[in-house]
Design a protein around this ligand. Structure first.
Ligand code: ADP
Ligand code: MG
Length: 249
């Protein structure tokens, strides 16, 4: 049964702890994200934001606790990990497009290889999604021929081609020139409006105010504070949060 038909959240993290060697990077992380909910995750560099979202699509393992994505328990190896990766799209700071493939080929590779979708149909879907992120006219170019903003939108389209139920964004605008930030944020706002479940690691607080249902602040591997944007920005409860907001706003 899909989570839409149950009370179970789309993403549930319960008591998650993770160590890199002896260094504890996540401590007792509890997080429930409902279908269609939009979360902005922020916090100082090194606080564990990337690690947290990488755990959700099994790019990282964890040692204690439980993560369930759309009913799949990540602790179960093998098939579960493949299933979760198909359901969870990820967009990185550094685009991570395959440089030797055109934008269209970047978008069709995984659907053809790992979902067995016929090429013609994969290309049709890819063109539709490239149109949605407004770079259909770049489909036959190679990543290096695109601007940073176009590359990031291509990366978003590539993730969408797998028809994910959840999209994870890890500082998707941090590597962009300022004039390209808006086109990527607008793409993300469009996705949010269409009802995508999203966790966005970003320090774009205007985006957080406009889109987030909840803002979550992390420090030193723990979730320190979470609230609706209005409350989060107006009346942060913790000294650590106030200091962070003072530094970035
Ligand atoms: P953030 O995304 O909030 O900047 P990260 O999740 O990237 O934080 O990193 C959290 C902490 O874990 C940092 O101290 C970082 O140096 C450490 N870390 C990240 N990845 C690894 C790794 N593969 N091995 C060891 N330490 C790591
Ligand atoms: Mg990070």
């Amino acid at each position: 049964m899909s989570v839409a038909a149950t009370a179970e959240p789309m993403i549930a993290m319960r008591g998650v702890n993770k160590w890199y060697g002896t260094y504890q990077v996540l401590t007792d992380v509890n997080l429930a994200v409902r279908a269609s909910e939009k979360i902005v995750l922020c916090g100082p560099s090194g606080s564990g934001k990337s690690t947290l979202i990488r755990c959700i699509n099994a790019l990282e393992t964890y040692q204690k606790g439980e993560i369930v994505v759309d009913g799949f328990h990540l602790g179960d190896q093998g098939k579960t990990i493949d299933a979760v990766r198909r359901e969870v799209g990820m967009v990185f700071q550094q685009f991570n497009l395959f440089p030797h493939m055109t934008v269209l080929e970047n978008c069709t590779l995984a659907p053809i290889r790992s979902r067995g979708i016929p090429r013609a149909r994969a290309e049709e879907t890819a063109r539709r999604l490239l149109d949605r992120v407004k770079i259909l006219n770049q489909a036959d170019k190679y990543p290096a021929q695109l601007s940073g903003g176009q590359q990031q939108r291509a990366a978003i389209a590539r993730a969408l081609c797998m028809e994910p139920k959840v999209m994870l964004f890890d500082e998707p605008t941090s590597a962009l020139d300022p004039e390209m930030v808006k086109e990527v944020l607008d793409t993300m706002i469009g996705l949010a409006t269409d009802g995508m479940t999203m966790i966005c690691v970003t320090h774009e607080m205007g985006f957080a105010r406009q889109v987030a249902d909840r803002v979550i602040f992390m420090a030193e591997g723990r979730i320190v504070e979470e609230a609706e944007p209005e409350t989060f920005f107006r009346t942060p409860q913790h000294e650590r949060t106030r200091k962070f907001l003072g530094e970035i706003l």
